[in-house]
Design a protein around this ligand. Structure first.
Ligand code: PEP
Length: 250
């Protein structure tokens, strides 16, 4: 059985006080399930989030990190820093990092390598732009993103990788890939992983869907064979909506 995961990417939202309120609201309504639940607050609030969730099943992830350990990299944080406060999961390759902060496949590959060398778990994001889908290049684009970053991984590295297919045209737009469109791509991704590693890795790896997932569309998406949960942006900022999505993954 593949692990179902629902992860909330809070992006640049929530002050310290708002973070505390949302975590408390999540804790008061969350009942343990088989689905792994993760939240990714902003860096400033990671330490406090870890403190609040210390004895909870809800895990804390970072939204990004640098590939170096220390040094003159103003504004950046390292894997070692995250681990020093107990954060063991990091989202890498998010489309906003690629598009707004110009992260290339090469940079993302270095970050993934660093996280895995540190024994951290990576939620690796990828997905096509609208024009790429319209021109029917979406499978090719996704294959290239996967190969550029993941082709050199060892058998054991794969244990610490979660994939998140996020078509860029569906992120924060209210437009969602249909369950059929998402399933078609997830199956393609699983085939690519099988070719890059092994059948065993491909059948075990969790592949999340992200892009305007809401309580109303989550169950349809998560019912598909190759969709193992979701990476949730906007709807993760409200406890009731996020927990309804977690329930939909059961
Ligand atoms: C995301 O940013 O990863 C995301 C999926 O955002 P949203 O759910 O708001 O589309």
């Amino acid at each position: 059985m593949r692990q179902k995961i629902v992860a909330g990417n809070w992006k640049m939202n929530k002050t310290l006080q708002e973070t505390e309120e949302l975590i408390k609201a999540l804790q008061s309504s969350y009942t343990t399930s088989n689905t792994e639940v993760i939240i990714a607050p902003t860096y400033v609030n990671l330490y406090r989030s870890q403190e609040l969730l210390n004895s909870s099943k809800i895990k804390v992830a970072a939204q990004n990190m640098h590939f170096e350990s220390t040094g003159a990299f103003t504004g950046e944080i390292s894997a070692e820093m995250l681990q020093s406060i107990g954060v063991e999961t990091v989202i890498l390759g998010h489309s906003e990092r690629r598009d707004v902060f110009f992260e290339t496949d090469e940079i993302i590959a270095k970050k993934v390598r660093k996280a895995l060398d540190q024994n951290m778990r990576v939620i690796f994001c990828f997905g096509e732009q609208l024009e790429e889908r319209k021109s029917n290049a979406h499978f090719e684009v996704v294959s290239s993103q996967l190969k550029s970053v993941l082709s050199a991984l060892s058998e054991t590295d794969w244990d610490n990788v979660v994939l998140a297919y996020e078509p860029v045209w569906a992120i924060g737009t209210g437009e969602t890939a249909s369950p059929e469109q998402a399933q078609e791509m997830h199956k393609h991704v699983r085939n690519e992983i099988s070719a890059m590693s092994s059948e065993a890795v491909a059948s075990q790896i969790s592949i999340l869907y992200g892009g305007s997932v809401k309580p109303a569309n989550a169950a349809g998406l998560f019912s598909k064979e190759d969709i193992d949960g979701g990476l949730i942006g906007g709807a993760s900022l409200k406890a009731d909506d996020f927990l309804a999505i977690v329930d939909a993954a059961e």
